[in-house]
Write a protein that binds this ligand. Structure first.
Ligand code: GCV
Length: 713
């Protein structure tokens, strides 16, 4: 039977069509190849790039070719011709030794590129004008293609292209904290992407899009499972599933790694011990490594959380972290695998400042790790707070490969409900001067390996990806995944340029849109610090969930999980004395940094309460008392969220309805939570300062007890 539609229904349908056309659910991320609207530019690009010539047919080159076709069809509305010989206006994709190159690029230039770098250059080959994308390897070509597409997306192609790019870090990794039951620890965008019950036989198309997205920003490593690892991940049946994923990811240069539990030999192998010096344990891991590499020849290696937050480790057997890491490294060495051993360790002793513990545990081990071990260090000494000083381990272990661990998922930063562009947080850490080799020895330089003989370098980001349709929950949370990739490729990239590219690729090239959105993004992290943890406050979130305020939390499973442990507010003042007369954490830094942090006069005010217990009446640089200054920050935070809202509300006409509305709703939620944060903290800390909220500021609507009872879910 043919369905009959009423006139009214058809009318509504017609009205809805433009809306549907503008719909965008965010699935395409920054690979959003929508047609260039500027007619002149469209004509220019369509003429300049109308065909391509490719040598080789590996899976990686096929991926490059497909991406090019996809981008052309979306951005230019054209289908590029595949050529048998080079003609004018074509794109040439060729690796180093292809004869077609006619010596365009010198051997020296190729040497600089290494295994993953690429060149994009406007050249003449046999008197034909073309754009050459070349590299030593196929993956270099794929990276080059993504870069080239980015130039079209962001409308930044000049007439003469002369681009050379090489990654500054070897391992550029996502750490998934995905559990085998599909849940994600600290994941706020749905469940795990990995459908373990369907693997190895069924391949979700999404795995390919995941790999594409990672390759597009140069991410070349994925640790599939939670660092709180379930030993089952190393069973035969899981390894077969993982092989399927590795096969899907391989063309995109994405290697698979696994988080392993130190007691796997006991749990899976039935051994009585997991002592790293025990020969049966050593044999067990060597056999396991062989088994893995037989299935996955390019397997990356292991990530290990040991003797941390209840996880087993070598110290359970009287051995050191180096003993544990080296035993695993030895098992992986014949296969060229690596161990990423986390430095995130602390005990529950209330007497030893938690901030000291990672440094005290690892610094003495400098030089003891095998060459295929990287020590993976969180950016700050506690745990992914909205602001922390850089970890003093950066620069302190010159004979060890050190890699950076950032968090992309917003555990302490409002989950995927708050707009927080984390690139500025990453950048702040990377730009911090360790003074390890005198002024200018930035954390970026340290992790690039500039001061050590160790050759392995890396950066990891704890993933914010889940199976929600737009991958990351908040449309802007995608920018944090993107930023991690960009900074892992080059830790000296500016957040400003990352934001610029991301906005153009994801939303629009319209200047009227880019300027306000970029401002929102670049200010958003400081805004969050203001309404959550200004002036160096930290870890005052709700217990366990880490969502919403909880400065009053004073009972916890261990003393250093209490908020009161961190803020130390009393009738005199607030803050943790970590100076030379306090816990002495300042002395873990090189002298110039130590002295700056140690003095209340020179300590940056944004870290003041991290390092000092400061009187409520202390005069700040602004001339205000500490109390008034703190109030100012909390109120500013809320005001700035409101400013984000009003900026966003003016941008409706620039983008699709779907993402516009989603961001609008989330900003409303963020504003409400920022008010809760502000009111909670100001009212709670006021019980110690006994000082009034400065006159002109709006008063909290509810009493403190209301906020203490409130749970933000
Ligand atoms: C994976 C914090 C988080 C934990 C996380 C841990 C870690 O403590 O709250 O969920 O565990 O860091 O990084 O290992």
């Amino acid at each position: 039977m043919t369905p009959k539609f009423s006139r009214g229904f058809l009318f509504i349908l017609i009205l809805l069509i433009p809306l549907c056309l503008k719909a965008n659910d965010g699935y395409d991320l920054w690979l959003n190849y929508r047609k260039i609207e500027n007619k002149t530019l469209l004509d220019k690009y369509s003429k300049a790039f109308n065909s391509y010539y490719i040598t080789g047919n590996s899976e990686t080159l096929k991926a490059a070719e497909n991406e090019l076709k996809r981008a052309f069809s979306g951005l230019l509305g054209t289908k590029p011709k595949v050529l048998n010989s080079i003609t004018n206006n074509c794109i040439v994709l060729a690796t180093k030794n292809e004869s077609v190159l006619n010596g365009q690029i010198s051997a020296k230039e190729y040497e600089v590129l290494g295994k993953e770098g690429f060149i994009i250059r406007s050249v003449k080959i046999n008197s034909k004008t073309c754009t050459l994308i070349t590299a030593n390897t196929d993956i270099g070509i794929l990276y080059g293609v993504f870069h080239f597409i980015k130039l079209i997306q962001t409308q930044q192609i000049n007439n003469k292209l002369t681009i050379t790019e090489t990654p500054k870090l070897n391992i550029r990794a996502l750490n998934h904290w995905d559990n085998l039951d599909g849940s994600i620890e600290r994941g706020y965008a749905g469940n795990s992407l990995w459908k373990w019950d369907e693997l190895p036989n069924t391949v979700d198309k999404r795995y390919i899009d995941y790999a594409r997205a990672n390759a597009s920003v140069g991410i070349n490593a994925t640790v599939l499972n939670n660092v709180n690892s379930n030993p089952k991940i190393l069973t035969k049946s899981y390894l077969e599933k993982i092989k399927t994923l590795a096969d899907v990811f391989r063309p995109y240069g994405l290697k698979v790694y696994l988080s392993v539990s130190f007691t796997s030999p006991i749990k899976l192998g039935g051994l009585p011990t997991a002592d790293p010096l025990n020969s049966q344990v050593i044999d067990w891991w060597e056999a396991k490594a062989k088994e893995i590499y037989t299935l996955i020849p390019d397997f990356g290696g292991f990530l290990v959380k040991a003797n941390s937050e209840g996880q087993p480790g070598p110290q359970d057997y009287g051995r050191t972290h180096a003993d544990g890491a080296n035993m695993l490294a030895q098992a992986l060495e014949p296969h060229k695998g690596v161990v990423m051993w986390r430095a995130f360790v602390y005990n529950s002793d209330p007497e030893e400042d938690r901030v000291l513990q990672a440094y005290n545990s690892f610094k003495p081990l400098d030089g003891q790790f095998k060459d295929n071990v990287l020590v993976q260090i969180k950016n700050g000494p506690i745990d992914f707070q909205p602001r922390e000083p850089f970890s003093p381990l950066f620069g302190a272990m010159p004979n060890t490969s050190l890699m950076m661990e950032f968090q992309i998922t917003q555990e302490y930063l409002g989950f995927s409900n708050h707009l927080v562009f984390l690139s500025t947080l990453y950048e702040e850490t990377l730009d911090s001067d360790t003074y390890a080799k005198g002024k200018g020895s930035t954390v970026a330089n340290v992790i690039e390996g500039k001061y050590s003989s160790n050759k392995l370098t890396g950066m990891a980001g704890v993933s914010n990806i889940g199976n929600s349709r737009n991958w990351c929950g908040h449309p802007f949370a995608q920018s944090n995944w993107y930023s991690l990739g960009r900074l892992a490729w080059n830790p000296e990239t500016s957040s400003e340029s990352i934001a610029d590219d991301w906005i153009r690729m994801t939303f629009s090239n319209d200047k009227e849109f880019i300027a306000p959105v970029k401002k929102m993004m670049l200010e958003s992290r400081e805004t969050t610090v203001d309404y959550m943890t200004p002036l160096g406050l930290n870890h005052i979130m709700a217990y366990d969930t880490h969502r919403g305020p909880g400065p009053w939390v004073d009972t916890a499973a261990q003393p250093n999980w209490k908020s009161t442990y961190y803020h130390r507010a009393d009738s005199i003042g607030i803050g943790f004395d970590r100076t030379t007369s306090g816990s002495n954490a300042v002395s873990q830094y090189f002298p110039a940094v130590r002295d700056t942090f140690n003095s209340i006069e020179t300590c940056p005010e944004n870290l003041l309460l991290w390092f000092h217990h400061v009187s409520w009446k202390h005069k700040m640089k602004s001339g205000k008392t500490l109390w008034d200054e703190m109030c100012k920050h909390y109120y500013n935070g809320v005001d700035k969220v409101r400013k984000m809202q009003s900026s966003w509300n003016k941008l409706k006409s620039f983008i699709d309805e779907e993402r516009f509305v989603k961001v609008k709703q989330l900003l409303e939620e963020q504003q409400e939570e920022a008010v809760i944060w502000r009111n909670s903290c100001v009212l709670y800390f006021q019980t110690f300062s006994k000082m009034p909220i400065p006159g002109e500021l709006e008063r909290p609507e509810k009493p403190l007890s209301y906020y203490i009872d409130l749970k933000i879910e």
